[in-house]
Design a protein around this ligand. Sequence first.
Ligand code: NI
Length: 267
Amino acid sequence: MSGSKNAMIWDVHAHLNSPRLAGDLAAVLARAQAAGVERIVNIGFDANSSAESVALAEKYDFIYAAVGVHPHDAAAAGSQTWDELRALARRPKVLAWGEIGLDYYRDLSPRETQRRVFIEQIELANEAGLPIIIHDRDAHGDILDIIRAHPPVHGGVFHSYSGSWEMAREVLSLGFYLSFSGPVTYRNARHAPEAAAKAPADRLLVETDCPYLPPEPHRGKRNEPAYTVLTAAKIAELRGVSLEEIAAVTTANVGRVFPRLNSAAGE
Ligand code: NI
C-alpha cells in the first residue's frame, strides 16, 4: 500500500475512536499515511472501546487493535467484560491486551480494584497468548511488584514511558519494550528524554496516545497519528541517529513485540 521509499513508522498507541478524532477520521488517516505513519495500533480502554477498536482494525488494513480495561475503568469491569474481551482477543488483528495497569494520579477506580483488575487481565492476556500494554501513572512500585509476581508470559510495552532511567532498566531487564510519546519533545521533560536516549535500540517504540499528549509544536492541541514523526525525530536527535534509522528499528521491534503480526493476519 505504500509508495514511499522511506521506512514506515508505526504509531503503536492511538485512540482513533475518541470523539475528538472520529469526526474527521478520514482526513486524520490521510495525513498519517502522507507523513509515513503507515500503521496504527488502536487501543481499547473498556469493553465498548475495545469492540470499536477491533471494528476499526477490521475496516482498515493498516490499523490493528488492542483490547483491555484501563485502570480508570477498572471498577466497572466484571465477568461479562472478560467474556466480551476474550472473544475479541481471538480476532486476528488484535495484537495485544491493553491498555491495562495502574493510575494513582487520577485514582478514578479504587487502588485495590485497579490492582485486582490488572492482575486478572495479565492472566487473561497469558491465556490469549498476547503481550500486554501497560499504563503506569505514579504507580511504578506496585506495577513492578505485580509484573514480578504475575509475569506477563508474552511480555509487552510500557506505553508513553516517562519514568526514570533507573526504572527503565528494571523494565528492560523484565523483557519489556519502552514506547515514547509527545512528552519526550517537551522542553521541561526530565525523565523521558534520558530514557529515550539510553534505551537499547531493539526495545524502542513510538506512539502518539492521540488525541492526548501532542508533541511540540502542537502541545495543548489535539494529537493525531501523523505527529508520531515529530516524536520519532526527537528521539533520533537525542540518540544522534537519522529519523530513517529510528523508523527502521522501531518497525522491526513492532514485529517482535507483537508476534501475531507474523501470522497470516500480519500483512
Ligand atoms: Ni492510551
